[in-house]
Design a protein. Structure first.
Length: 148
């Protein structure tokens, strides 16, 4: 089973490669480093035998946290790794006093929407044409989860 651990700066190139495989408008290692240096930002990665399988980046501000990105490598999809990463973020956020977790997801991301809905996220907004795609812009759904 994959271990979920915090990332180090040395991991950023590998994280950028995985992000590029999952997103049309991916962040490179420099962008990830800039975000990671921002106040309240943390990244957790899932790895098995030293191989990166996925990661999630979040930012905590006061009693709220936002998922900035989450991605799981194609070979690791369908194994509940996204769920484990999201649960790890929620658990860490709660230790910091976070009461609500937010994210934005492309409205055509069926796997992401299914995961977030299973976790109890609810749609609280929509941003038209938020994500640029080769095939045309796609709306983002803003979702929220109240934490215990």
């Amino acid at each position: 089973m994959s271990a979920i651990v915090p990332v180090a700066e040395a991991d950023l190139t590998e994280l950028a490669r995985l992000h590029a495989a999952g997103f049309d408008d991916a962040w490179d290692a420099r962008a990830l480093a800039g975000l990671m240096a921002s106040p309240g930002v943390f990244i957790l990665k899932a790895e098995d035998s030293g191989k990166l399988e996925g990661f999630v980046m979040a930012r905590i501000v006061l009693d709220e946290a936002e998922i900035l990105t989450i991605t799981v490598g194609s070979a690791s999809r369908g194994k509940k790794l996204g769920t484990r990463l999201m649960e790890a973020v929620a658990a860490l956020a709660m230790t910091q006093g976070v009461k609500s977790l937010f994210l934005e997801v492309a409205e055509d991301n069926e796997a992401g929407l299914a995961l977030y809905r299973r976790m109890g996220f609810e749609c609280v907004g929509r941003r038209a044409a938020y994500y640029g795609r080769v095939s045309g812009a796609v709306a983002a759904l803003t979702m929220a989860l109240k934490l215990p």
